[in-house]
Structure formats: C-alpha cells, structure tokens
Design a protein around this ligand. Structure first.
Ligand SMILES: *Cc1c(COP(=O)(O)O)cnc(C)c1O
Length: 251
C-alpha cells in the first residue's frame, strides 16, 4: 500500500473496548463507542460493538451514513447538535441526539411527528467548559419547555468536559450533574434514563471509585482507539496502545 497510511488493528480495538466496557459496567455505566476519530469507519465500529459497547456515537451525519452503509445496525447517538438543514436525517438515522437549543428541538419534534414517532434527546448542560449546553441555572426551565414539545422525548442530561477549557471531571462537577438531573426530574415531572457524564477523560475518576452512583453513561473514543486516557495520556490498564499505527516514510 502506498505510504503514508494508517493501519488499524480491529482485534486490538475490540480488546480495548472490552477493557473499558468491563470497568464501566462494574460501576453500572454503559459505554457508547465514539467513531469520529476514524470518520465512522464501519469495521472499527463493529470491533467496538464486539468489545461490548452498547451503541456507537458520532458527531457527523456523513459518518453516520458511512456506518449504516457499512452494515452497522446498532443504535447510533449523534453526540453533536445537528444543523437545522439536517434535522430529517437526524430523526431518520439516529436513535438519540444531544441537544441544547429549543428551535432545533421544535424542528426535531415536528419531523418526528411527521415520521410517526418520537425522537429521544439528551439535554446538554455546560458545567464551565464553554463548548455547548445550557447554563445550569437555565436547565430546569429549558427542560420543562423541551419536555412538552410533541415528538421529543427527553431521556437524559449530559455534559462535555476537557475540550475547550480543559476542565476535568471531578467528584464536585459530577455530583453537580447528578443534582441537576434530579432537579430536572422534579421540575419537569419526568424520569431521566441517562446521565451522560463525559468522555475518556472521565475514566480516571471512575477507576478511583469516585464517580457518583447515578452517572450511568460515558461516550468513549480515544481510550478505545489509542488505549489511553486523555487527561494525563497514561496507558489504560488492559488496553493496548498500538491499535492505530501511522505508516510513513521518514525523509
Ligand atoms: C469526541 C467526543 C467524545 C469522545 O471523546 P474522547 O476523548 O475521544 O473519548 C465524547 N463526547 C463528545 C460530545 C464528543 O464530541
């Protein structure tokens, strides 16, 4: 094959997924395997699923289409809000999406009603990272409004850390997320199936046994693909670090 290229060992991906799924399931946490780092490569997603992840997470609808075309029929979560131009695709192709805007939610609901069903959403809350999500004080009202949109089912809340500002998950901010979920449940009179706490950067907290009990979902990309966590870039126990190799000529 012509250099440069990336060689992916799907058995190693499966092993890494299994190591992380085992740790997470021992704490009652379901893992969504994130494939955006490999542009939704279907064989990588399939390896993650063999390793035990419950669903696949993608940030791009083009990658979702690639996954589906490649035969991946597991539930897929859209982990980034869609543009208004691609609402129909979102409702048609993914089981759950992450949302933080009422206009988008109204469009999603309308589309889902036309399609004869309802679309599940996880509402994003910003715990200081300043990337996405409604502010904690605005969350109860936002959730109340979202919960009554026909065609929209609010199934959880989530947050995203260690992206822009580089905040890491701590017992404090994770407990805050659980408190907010419980406030939403009281205010909107709904039960949330998912508290989606973050990405590979949440694994050290989990391994230390300091993740609050109600957190039950993580979205993991890098720790599966590269076998390391993303705060200190340490190798992850039970995972291998050479699942992805860049083959190139040194000149
Ligand atoms: C990319 C992404 C993840 C996965 O992050 P990793 O560091 O690769 O584990 C999780 N959640 C969201 C919203 C993402 O965009």
């Amino acid at each position: 094959m012509q250099l440069p290229y990336v060689e992916i060992d799907v058995l190693a991906i499966e092993q890494n997924a299994r190591a992380i799924v085992e740790l997470c399931s021992s704490a009652g946490i379901e893992v969504t395997g994130v494939t955006k780092g490999v542009f939704g490569h279907p064989e990588v997603a399939t390896a993650m699923l063999r390793g035990g992840v419950g669903s696949i997470g993608e940030s791009r609808l083009d990658n979702v289409a690639r996954l589906r075309a490649g035969g991946v029929d597991s539930p897929i979560m859209l982990i980034r809000p869609p543009s208004l131009a691609r609402i129909a695709e979102t409702v048609g192709e993914v089981a759950v999406s992450y949302q933080s805007d009422l206009t988008t939610l109204e469009r999603i609901g309308a589309e889902a009603v036309v399609a004869g069903g309802a679309h599940d959403v996880i509402l994003m809350v910003d715990l200081g990272e300043r990337r996405e999500g409604v502010l904690p004080d605005d969350l109860p009202r936002f959730a109340n409004e979202a919960a009554v949109i026909p065609g929209v089912r609010v199934v959880g809340i989530g947050t995203n850390l260690t992206c822009f500002a580089g905040l890491v998950p701590t017992p404090d901010n994770m407990s805050r997320l659980v408190e907010l979920a419980e406030r939403v449940e009281r205010c909107a009179g709904i039960e949330l199936a998912w508290i989606s706490a973050g990405s590979s950067s949440a694994l050290p907290l989990l391994a230390d046994g300091r993740m609050p009990e109600r957190v039950n979902h993580l979205r993991i990309g890098e720790a599966i693909l590269l076998g390391r966590e993303t705060v200190h870039h340490q190798p992850w126990p039970g995972a291998v670090q050479d699942a992805m190799l860049l083959r190139a000529e040194v000149v």
